[in-house]
Design a protein around this ligand. Structure first.
Ligand SMILES: Nc1ncnc2c1ncn2[C@@H]1O[C@H](COP(=O)(O)OP(=O)(O)OP(=O)(O)O)[C@@H](O)[C@H]1O
Ligand SMILES: C[C@@](O)(CCOP(=O)(O)O)CC(=O)O
Length: 511
């Protein structure tokens, strides 16, 4: 009998509300909010009769398909075999589909870590532990290997073309009428992303689903255990490592951190932790003493994730902006300017950090007000009013102060733009954000993460009339094309899913 084990893990997308650039430095923290839009990785046994399995006769096959993309150009097949004291992972169809660096590196490092875990926690050592890993991949020879499918919620990729093909306007209601995991016509490199962090959510959900399917970790079913859970911590350090390696640089890692832990106040890990691993071989895995575990052991990691969430009754709303201008990589330029102007930069970084932390404090104070008798009523009432005009009670005052702080953060970001010559909040975005901030029920907004022309966030009172005012302004905006995303804030991080609980997933997987 074939085992029908099916593991599905999802990871949320991210929005860095405050702390762009600052979070690259461990002296500063940022506010990262996870989104309701998620990235799913599904792992099942690969039937011996499948076409992927017939390609050659290695000891195991792992097939990874990007489910919503054209399958001929978006399925990467890898053979896994043991030769002497090495585990060899080779892509068998590179000449047809090319490489997917993020998938290959994640697979390679996850199998390397799985091997090390088996070799250190069971009685199997060396090549025997490698054989045990292969047995787990092939379900003791009953299957050809593993069949992985990755699927992202529609928000991760621009849906402009899909809406226009259906003659639908770029509005929130139109997005809800698109089928889940809408098929996209072109391969991934020719598809526009929206900035939710597809690669971090992909890598994180892949690492977690594979480690869980191979019985290397046991993921918590209760998300409240998340921060202290040893398995999640290990998924986190491995996903950070694989993501850095695939990106070719060590970023702050806030995207992977929120893909694992959800919304939080983020302080990065020391980049030097990963130095010993960054030049390792990506050809084969030596079936000998562990090299990853000593570095990825959660006790060696110093990132900090502090609990934080947005207050009830508020909604984070996002837009994908298309200004016809590519946002080039800003990080190098901003950091070079900081290095060349240490004194001015220090003051600006400290002032901006003060404003960022003030935003965190005010939002947390508003969370504490949720139990006030008049909280819900005040918040709802403010949805029909200009936030700056009302200071009737502590809740209204807090909303006003949050608005002021969002404006102060934007002022500092524009100063950063002017001084460094990098368009973090370009004038086109200033005009759009200012217009949105004039609407009743809009608290304020900003450019997330590194900024630029590509995206925008607003904090609004969560009522249908505020959302529809924003939706209308965006759809009528002419200076840039503004397309809403469906996502809202969500607290949760990595999640083990049941197939029947995720709308459209069974259909997208063809099960
Ligand atoms: N659905 C997918 N299936 C397989 N690989 C994917 C998928 N989505 C993204 N990727 C991988 O992630 C890479 C994009 O990563 P990159 O770091 O350039 O973008 P990103 O910063 O994650 O983008 P964004 O934040 O806009 O989503 C792709 O080239 C591909 O290798
Ligand atoms: C500029 C930076 O601080 C944030 C980049 O955020 P985003 O990818 O634009 O969402 C870089 C980083 O933290 O890795």
């Amino acid at each position: 009998m074939h085992s029908q084990k099916h593991t599905i893990v999802s990871s949320p997308g991210k929005v860095l509300l405050a702390g762009g650039y600052l979070v690259l430095d461990r002296s500063y923290s940022g506010l990262v909010v996870a989104t309701s839009s998620r990235f799913y990785s599904s792992v099942q046994p690969l039937p011996a009769s499948s076409s992927a399995a017939s390609i050659s006769t290695p000891q195991g096959i792992i097939s990874v398909r990007a489910g919503q993309f054209p399958s001929q150009s978006s399925t990467w097949i890898y053979s896994i075999s043991i030769e002497n004291d090495q585990l060899i992972i080779k892509q068998t169809n590179q000449d047809v589909v090319g490489k997917n660096k993020f998938i290959y590196i994640t697979l390679f490092q996850t199998l390397a870590l799985a091997y090390e875990k088996i070799a250190t926690t069971t009685d199997k050592k060396g090549v025997d532990a490698g054989r045990e890993l292969l047995n787990r991949i092939t379900d003791d020879g009953q299957s050809a290997g593993l069949d992985l499918v990755v699927l992202a919620d529609n928000d991760f990729y621009s849906q402009r073309e899909q809406l226009s093909a259906l003659s639908l306007p770029t509005k929130i209601d139109s997005l809800s009428s698109l089928q889940p995991f809408t098929p996209l016509p072109r391969p991934i490199p020719q598809t526009n992303k929206t900035g939710l962090g597809s690669s971090a959510a992909l890598v994180t959900s892949l690492v977690a689903s594979l480690l869980s399917h191979l019985d290397i970790v046991s993921l918590p079913s209760n998300p409240t255990e998340a921060n202290s859970n040893e398995s999640l911590q290990l998924v986190h350090s491995l996903a950070q490592f694989a993501h850095c390696l695939a990106q070719g640089k060590v970023g702050s890692g806030f995207d992977v951190s929120s893909a694992v832990f959800g919304t939080h106040i983020f302080k990065r890990f020391s980049p030097s932790i990963l130095t010993p691993l960054m030049d390792g071989s990506l050809d084969s895995i030596h079936l000998s003493s562990p090299t990853l575990l000593p570095v990825l052991d959660p006790s060696k990691w110093d990132q900090k994730t502090t609990a934080f969430r947005l207050p009830k009754g508020l909604r984070l709303i996002l837009a994908d902006v298309d200004a016809g201008t590519d946002t080039p990589s800003f990080v190098g330029k901003v950091l070079a300017w900081r290095k060349n102007h240490p004194e001015v930069a220090q003051k600006l970084w400290d002032d901006l950090d003060k404003a960022n932390m003030q935003l965190e404090r005010l939002l947390t104070e508003l969370v504490a007000r949720e139990k006030d008798e008049d909280y819900e009523e005040t918040v709802g009432w403010m949805g029909e009013r200009h936030i700056e005009d009302h200071k009737e009670n502590p809740t209204a005052v807090l909303l006003y102060e949050i608005r002021l702080t969002l404006f102060i953060i934007r002022d500092f970001q524009r100063r950063m733009s002017e001084l460094s010559g990098v368009a973090i909040e370009p004038p086109e975005q200033t005009r759009l954000l200012d217009a949105c901030s004039e609407l009743e029920g809009v608290i304020g907004g900003g450019v997330p993460g590194a900024g630029g022309y590509d995206a925008l966030f607003l904090l609004i009172i969560d009522t249908p009339s505020v959302t529809s005012r924003v939706d209308k302004l965006w759809s009528e905006w002419t200076e840039m094309s503004v397309c809403p995303l469906l996502a809202r804030q969500s607290d949760g991080g990595l999640k083990v899913e049941r197939l029947s609980d995720v709308k459209g997933l069974a259909e997208a997987l063809g099960s």
